[in-house]
Design a protein around this ligand. Structure first.
Ligand code: SAH
Ligand code: SF4
Ligand code: F3S
Length: 455
């Protein structure tokens, strides 16, 4: 039986030139990683990469549903595609990712955005060849959001955007059901990839000259649950660390309830692992953390920080914060500010709470005023700016390992990230340095980055 992949390839090979695709991924690294698989599938069926959206024959938006603002932006962008479709009726428009996994969203797209040909949720990624075949052969709109089992398909090709940096998913899904969060509904239950499959991928990447590998999962600390092998995330980190090659290892995200001292020890003891932990705290108030169903208290969180700093001076932390969870009081918020003072994060990613239909928190009546929420956000950002400014001063005169990944906005400078995940810039005319790791002596610090010279 001919596979759908071959059927699509057959149809496309009859064209004079291969159709070009343009994929834009929104949201988190997991989505970006899925986008690379979508690209890999299209490429393997004979499509080419479009240099821009205007010359594309296939446009795919890989969507994020985590906050309302993200969704609204995407709806706006889908709306704008109408003009492109009018100009080119042959254009194929696809919507995938987390929004496309929600039934209410799929219904809305089908009824309002007639320019869309193809909708496939996160569970249906590998169904793309069949769906595309139906669009090409029958010119009809298709959608797929069913759960196609919980198996992990290792066979999907990946077309990576960058050569020197790569992300490698280690687990998919989330079982935590934080009360505000839509992710468990659109990404399904936790499932881990086999260590051998992960190691093979890491080995191939290292051999091809990749300098940074980012391990991905909604909660990497629960890696290993349900596998035949007895292994946890720390065990996996040690295995990857032993892989030959000149690359550094990062990972995202860790959940504080599962982050233990063993993880800190592993980070410190493994030479390739960056001495930085992104540990989303969400709130400094134990009362709010309980309401969020996070499974830890502010005190438990601080214990991990204390242990890491006791073992290694200067261990770098970054975090996510939600401001204005339903009924957050001024006192709750003050505890979040106290947490910032206590930990002195090198970076925070902060969000105003966004109500997500279908989650537990969406059922709460919220007595916190929107203007209080935005005011708190302002105060939080202001505070973190000061902390960054003071924090980054510790790097002055020090030598950091920086993987350069592009030109900086500052003319003449190139930019990258240090092991601590801090933006570092250096004056450098030789653009071939981009994609390599260099030692940078820090001469200047700001509240958003450090600057220095390559040594
Ligand atoms: N699995 C990761 C987070 C994924 S979502 C983790 O637990 O760390 C990324 C961040 O978006 C979360 O850490 C949280 O800070 C934020 N977020 C998630 N749902 C949100 C909501 N409904 N409103 C505002 N921010 C939200
Ligand atoms: Fe969402 Fe919580 Fe899962 Fe993170 S751990 S994805 S915040 S439910
Ligand atoms: Fe968004 Fe889905 Fe990631 S909702 S944050 S793209 S898992």
């Amino acid at each position: 039986m001919t596979s759908y992949k071959d059927k699509v390839a057959g149809i496309l090979s009859k064209r004079e030139t291969p159709p070009l695709f343009y994929i834009r991924s929104f949201g988190c690294q997991q989505n970006v990683s899925d986008g690379e698989k979508t690209a890999g599938l299209l490429y393997s069926m004979g499509c080419g990469v479009s240099p821009d959206i205007a010359s594309a024959d296939i446009i795919i938006y890989n969507t994020c549903a985590v906050r309302e603002s993200a969704e609204l932006k995407i709806y706006g962008m889908i709306g704008e595609l109408k003009h492109l479709k009018e100009k080119n009726p042959e254009l194929i428009i696809g919507i995938c990712g987390c929004m496309a996994q929600e039934e209410k969203t799929v219904k809305k797209i089908l009824s309002v955005y007639k320019q869309v040909d193809l909708i496939f949720g996160t569970f249906a990624l590998e169904e793309l060849p069949r769906l595309l075949y139906e669009v090409l052969a029958n010119r009809k709109t298709v959608s797929a959001t069913d759960e196609y089992g919980m198996k992990i398909n290792e066979g999907i090709p990946v077309l990576r955007t960058e050569k020197f940096k790569a992300s490698v998913p280690v687990m998919y899904g989330c079982d935590n059901f934080c009360s505000y969060c839509i992710v468990p509904y659109v990404r399904g239950r936790e499932r881990s990839r086999r260590p051998s499959d992960i190691l093979n991928e890491v080995r191939t990447l290292a051999e091809s000259g990749c300098r940074e590998i980012m391990l991905l999962g909604q909660n990497v600390n629960s890696y290993g649950k349900g596998l035949d092998e007895k292994i946890n995330f720390s065990g996996l980190l040690r295995l990857i660390n032993e892989t030959e090659g000149d690359f550094r290892i990062r990972f995202m995200s860790s959940h504080p309830k599962d982050a233990d001292f063993e993880l800190i020890d592993t980070i410190i003891e493994c030479g390739k692992v960056c001495k930085h932990l992104h540990l989303p705290v969400q709130s400094g108030s134990s009362r709010i953390l309980k309401e969020m169903n996070r499974g830890y208290t502010a005190e438990k969180y601080k214990e991990i920080i204390d242990y890491a700093r006791m073992r290694m001076h200067g261990f770098s932390f970054s975090t996510d914060i939600i401001v204005g969870f339903p009924n957050e009081t001024g006192e709750d918020f003050r505890e979040t500010l106290d947490m910032l003072d206590y930990v002195r994060f090198d970076n925070i990613f902060s969000f105003i709470y966004s109500k997500r239909t279908g989650t537990k928190a969406a059922l709460l009546t919220d007595n916190t005023l929107p203007e209080n929420k935005s005011e708190r956000m302002r105060i939080l950002l202001e505070k973190q700016k000061r902390i960054n400014e003071e924090n980054y001063k510790r790097f002055k005169g020090r030598i950091l390992d920086v993987l350069f990944d592009g030109k900086s906005k500052t003319p003449g400078y190139i930019s990258g990230k240090s092991d601590e995940f801090i933006i570092a810039e250096a004056l450098c005319e030789d653009l071939s340095v981009i994609g390599s790791q260099k030692k940078v002596r820090v001469t200047e610090t700001m509240n958003w980055a450090v600057r220095g010279e390559i040594v």
